[in-house]
Design a protein around this ligand. Sequence first.
Ligand SMILES: [Zn+2]
Ligand SMILES: [Zn+2]
Length: 93
Amino acid sequence: MDCPYCGAEMSSLGVNQLQLGRASVLGGIWGNIAAGSLETEVFLCRSCGKLEFFAVRPMEFEEPDRVQVPCPKCGEPHDFDDAKCPFCGERLL
Ligand SMILES: [Zn+2]
Ligand SMILES: [Zn+2]
């Protein structure tokens, strides 16, 4: 790919595991993903030093805080902090 800033050819630095909770230097869409890790491919422009990150599998990041519990009424698993069951509508809180 070409550098969006200077147009020079960018070279891949390979695929990395980003720990998103600590990746505060990346703003934008990355800031919306609160936790988990993401496989990214990093490109470096050797002309101007610009770094670009691309998500390899953006839809598969882990959500370690999402604990699922079974609904007491219908038994379907749902997020533990749901106000009501997304399946049968039972109030949970
Ligand atoms: Zn550049
Ligand atoms: Zn239910």
